[in-house]
Design a binder for this molecule. Sequence first.
Ligand SMILES: CC(C)(COP(=O)(O)OP(=O)(O)OC[C@H]1O[C@@H](n2cnc3c(N)ncnc32)[C@H](O)[C@@H]1OP(=O)(O)O)[C@@H](O)C(=O)NCCC(=O)NCCS
Length: 165
Amino acid sequence: MKFSTRAATNGDLKAITDIYNEAVLTTDATFDLEPKTEDEQRVWFTGHDRMHPVLVAEVDGTVVGWASLSEWSSRSAYAGTAEISLYIKEEFQGKGAGRRLLEDIMREGERVGLHTMLSRITTGNTVSIRLHESLGFEHVGVMREVGEKFGRRLDVLLMQKIYPA
Ligand SMILES: CC(C)(COP(=O)(O)OP(=O)(O)OC[C@H]1O[C@@H](n2cnc3c(N)ncnc32)[C@H](O)[C@@H]1OP(=O)(O)O)[C@@H](O)C(=O)NCCC(=O)NCCS
């Protein structure tokens, strides 16, 4: 399937929110337990500046996934560090959109001058872990039992990639 990516706009917020809420309700990929409103996502989106891009993936003009780089910490010494989020609409998973978005958001991070990217991935999410590994992310370590969702305590793997100097 042929996917294209582009910078997200306010007009994409409904699609971004719907894709995120599908993951909130049906997966342990995100530790949110309640769906977000479009207004909450607008606040989240407005908080993304030039250094913290949001991309969407489209097929035939329909948004099927999104990726973002978010501030890891508001403390200034962390300015070169960002955290990746990546969500593909369920019916379009496994068709290459996740790889395409992750490659493109990594390129965006390099373009805006970030030094390193982090991803927090629930340890059972082998598709995401393998995808990150294949693009050069390394395992930092596992945070044990930091979440609880669908009646299970969940471990989270922290993965990292440092841009080449
Ligand atoms: C994890 C996720 C982002 C991956 O995106 P995707 O579009 O489904 O994955 P892709 O089609 O790009 O495939 C990526 C790799 O995983 C493999 N893969 C994809 N789905 C798979 C599956 N169900 N089983 C095994 N391997 C799979 C692909 O073969 C591919 O590897 P390759 O390029 O070496 O062939 C997506 O499935 C998703 O949004 N899941 C729910 C939310 C989530 O987990 N987000 C990540 C939070 S860290």
